[in-house]
Design a protein around this ligand. Sequence first.
Ligand SMILES: [Mg+2]
Length: 236
Amino acid sequence: MADVCGEIALFDIDGTMAMYDEAMERDLAKLRSPEETAAYPLHGEEQPEWLRARMDMIRSVEGWWLNLRPFSLGFDVYKITKELGYEIHMLTKGNLRISNAWKEKVEWTRKHLGASQRITITQEKGLVYGKVLVDDYQKYVTSWLAWRPRGLVIMPASPTNKDFFHPNVIRYDGSNLAIVRMALEQQVNRANGEPLTLDESWQRSGRVYDCFGSYLFGIRFVRGDAFEKSFDATAT
Ligand SMILES: [Mg+2]
């Protein structure tokens, strides 16, 4: 492997490059009793123990992680960072209760991004250096930015991050790719020590689909289907 030499862009996998929520919602629905009507919180600390046990059972099935579909929003940003010359690393959290996830995340990365794609599996994303982080989960974004006041975050849109705002974060929902590109260009050209200053209008972008509520997922599914047929990351 070549030495690290470029500007580093870190990419989350679940909910950023891979359609984790879609698969988890589908499989939780199979286990739901007719009396259960409440929506399940797929992320966060407020999950009840019984839900966590169901999710662990689902995630422990061989091939579950490997068969997650690619997520077009993450791949849109991946293509731009590659064009701009960033050195790209996958950065994903390893679940200590599910060891096959570690193996299958590596296999998923090889399958969709090629054998040379670098990957770091960690317990704490805030420990890992980068100039850019692409991640959908606000807890990891906040912990990473706590140590990187000049770091840029691109946040693929999901219902769970629709109310998240931060001066270093641009939410990307498929409608504002030109803004994402400008921010990534600005960051790759920023000299060491210079502050990161994003236009306020950029920070407010990426919220077009929120007004459709749950329809956001419909768009994600449609884009995922078309995307799987058209994108070959290893050829770009
Ligand atoms: Mg994620």
